[in-house]
Each structure stands twice: as structure tokens, then as C-alpha cells.
Design a protein around this ligand. Structure first.
Ligand code: ZN
Length: 216
């Protein structure tokens, strides 16, 4: 187990008081990026820990962009963790545009807006891959935090496979469904139909899904 953790110079942690409450903030370096895990309550040596592995999305997370659902998912994950009383959010950098980077992501937005391409075709038409995200830093930090098994807030079966391949036991997938809006319905439809994400709310936005309530 110890070899999975980090060298002392690559990790630091402190309390982080937020408007939701006090988290333990673990900053760590892995694979050329600096990431962060936010831990709420007691999670070490626990089973079934509620976890969100969130891919960085500056436009959605910081600026509230409505062309994706990232910002809503980030808020909802933190709300759920606090509501449950414990859990971990792992925020992974280097994941902009499913790993193509921020400038390339914005280039795909141009193609989406001007040519009507979807989130996949706009990447491939630029010669870029559709998804090159590496989840291994999340697995490493979950081991560092001595989490025994997790319930993962995600709609993406590939993410579960990736974490399990890296030695994290995922005992359940917790659907993390956000209410669609007119600006992201095409994006969500493409993720459902072409990337295999489990997004039942896309066809039935009026259905009584238990949408988490956003806090901003
Ligand atoms: Zn996004």
C-alpha cells in the first residue's frame, strides 16, 4: 500500500473552511499536474465512501457555463457529501475537454457553434482524441487516504472501470444527473448516445429524478 502514496514533497494538506463547512484539503502532484482531494468527515479505513472524481472544467466549474453540466455536478457532489456527513471529492487537473486542454476545448466550441458539430466530432475534426483523461491520480489519492471502497457519483461507466483497474473497489455507482438546459441538451445527448454515459433524464426532463439542488 505504501508505494501507492506520495513522496512528502508532492503532497500537503490543511483544513479548508468553505461555505459548506470545513473540509480537509489534500493537494498533491501526480503526472505533471497538481490536483486536490477534499475530504469531509471520517473516510479513512471506511467502506462505501461517497466519492466524486471530478474532471477540471474551467468554463463550467468557475464561470457557470451552461454548455456542459460540470459546474452543476461539482456543486451537487459537494452538497451530497456534506448532506451525507462524509465523503471525498477528487478534483483532477489536466482534464479540460476530456484531456485535450483548454485552448483546444474552446476551438471545439467554435466548431460546435458554427458548424453544429457535437462534442465528439468537433474534437476529431481537429485531429484530437475524444477522451484521454487519466484517472490514476484519483486512485492514488484514494489509496493515500486509505479508503477501503467507494460509491462513485458518476454517469460514466468508463470511469468506474478505470478506477477498478487501478485497484479501487467501486461498490456502487450513484447516478449524478443534472437537469438539462437548452444549451447543454445536445452535449448530454451526445454523451449518452456516443460515449455510453447513463443519462436517462435526457429524454425525460420532466421525470421525477432526484436532482440534487444546486447551491448557487
Ligand atoms: Zn464542462
Amino acid at each position: 500500500m505504501r508505494e501507492e502514496t506520495f513522496n512528502d514533497e508532492d503532497v500537503a494538506e490543511s483544513d479548508l473552511v468553505t461555505r459548506r463547512g470545513t473540509f480537509r484539503a489534500i493537494a498533491f502532484r501526480a503526472d505533471g499536474h497538481e490536483h486536490m482531494a477534499l475530504v469531509y468527515g471520517k473516510t479513512a479505513l471506511r467502506e462505501n465512501v461517497l466519492v466524486r472524481v471530478h474532471s477540471e472544467c474551467m468554463t463550467g466549474d468557475l464561470f457557470g457555463a451552461m454548455r456542459c453540466e460540470c459546474g452543476d455536478q461539482l456543486d451537487a457532489a459537494l452538497d451530497r457529501i456534506v448532506a451525507e456527513g462524509s465523503g471525498i471529492l477528487v478534483y483532477l487537473r489536466g482534464h479540460e475537454g476530456r484531456g485535450i486542454g483548454l485552448v483546444a476545448k474552446v476551438r471545439t466550441h467554435v466548431l460546435q457553434d458554427e458548424q453544429g458539430l457535437d462534442t465528439l466530432d468537433s474534437a476529431t475534426s481537429l485531429g484530437l482524441p475524444v477522451d484521454v483523461r487519466d484517472y490514476s491520480p484519483a486512485a492514488r489519492v484514494l489509496k493515500h487516504l486509505r479508503v477501503t471502497s467507494v460509491r462513485l457519483m458518476s454517469n460514466n461507466p468508463d470511469k468506474i472501470e478505470a478506477l477498478e483497474a487501478d485497484g479501487i473497489e467501486v461498490v456502487a455507482r450513484v447516478p449524478h444527473l443534472m437537469r438539462p438546459n437548452p444549451h447543454n441538451i445536445g452535449y448530454l445527448t451526445a454523451k449518452r448516445d456516443r460515449l455510453g454515459h447513463d443519462l436517462p433524464q435526457v429524454d425525460q426532463p420532466a421525470a421525477s429524478y432526484e436532482y440534487p439542488t444546486a447551491t448557487r
